[in-house]
Write a protein that binds this ligand. Structure first.
Ligand code: GTP
Ligand code: MG
Length: 203
């Protein structure tokens, strides 16, 4: 799929105020600084559609971006940022939980994890929560430019092994990406395209 049109639509703290269009949407979630906003820019072929920062905690709202005028990419605040206050953390948590529980248009979440890190409890717990709530998701390994190909394969294998040791009999679809080198962009867009087609065939 080629992205020919990408526009920012609205930022929200309230799920009820998110766009009402019956378009399929895909939400990017993961720890702060993992590269959610950067990947949204890379996928949409725009440098600064979503705001990014070297400092964690940049995205604080639910941000809707309309792509090709008929589907949405959604940028969410990161979870697990240690330096925010307890109150802020709780507010983010609530925002994220409500979004996933209430957003009917959501087709799939993309849980982003930094390919360099060991599997983190907060990510595994979040995926487990998605699973318990029947919310489909795929994993996106980010910042692949930071590792050599062999190390990338090893890290991915380790991650999937850890998931299989947990409650996952079947691991979710996954993608290896780098916003810096535009790695994995075609694959993620092709996956979304396929889900969009399935959505339109049944709606
Ligand atoms: P929050 O909004 O704070 O939750 O963070 P985020 O997940 O949206 O991260 P963001 O896209 O703002 O990126 C955080 C930092 O990681 C920035 O300094 C980016 O330049 C950097 N970054 C993002 N993606 C990549 C990547 O693929 N490779 C490298 N090397 N750096 C990246
Ligand atoms: Mg962000």
């Amino acid at each position: 799929m080629r992205v020919v049109h990408a526009e920012f639509v609205i930022s929200n703290t309230d799920v009820a105020k998110c766009p009402r269009d019956p378009f399929p949407e895909y939400a990017f979630i993961g720890r702060s600084n993992v590269g959610k906003s950067s990947l949204i820019n890379t996928l949409s072929g725009r440098k600064s559609l979503a705001k990014t920062s070297g400092k964690p905690g940049k995205t604080q709202l639910i941000n809707h971006f309309k792509i090709n005028k008929n589907w949405f990419l959604v940028d969410l605040p990161g979870y697990g940022y240690a330096k925010t206050s307890k109150t802020t953390k709780k507010a983010f948590q609530q925002l994220i939980t409500r979004y996933f529980e209430q957003r009917k248009q959501l087709i799939s979440a993309f849980v982003l994890v930094d390919i360099r890190h060991e599997p983190q409890t907060i990510d595994l717990d979040f995926m487990e929560w998605l699973g318990t709530n029947y919310i489909p998701f795929a994993i996106i390994f980010t910042k692949a430019d930071k590792l050599k190909p062999k190390a990338i394969n090893r890290k991915v294998d380790e991650y999937l092994t850890k998931m299989r040791e947990g409650l996952w009999e079947e691991v979710p679809p996954y993608f290896i990406t780098s916003s810096l080198h535009k790695t994995g962009v075609e694959e993620v867009l092709a996956y979304i395209d396929q889900l969009n087609t399935e959505f339109h065939a049944t709606n």
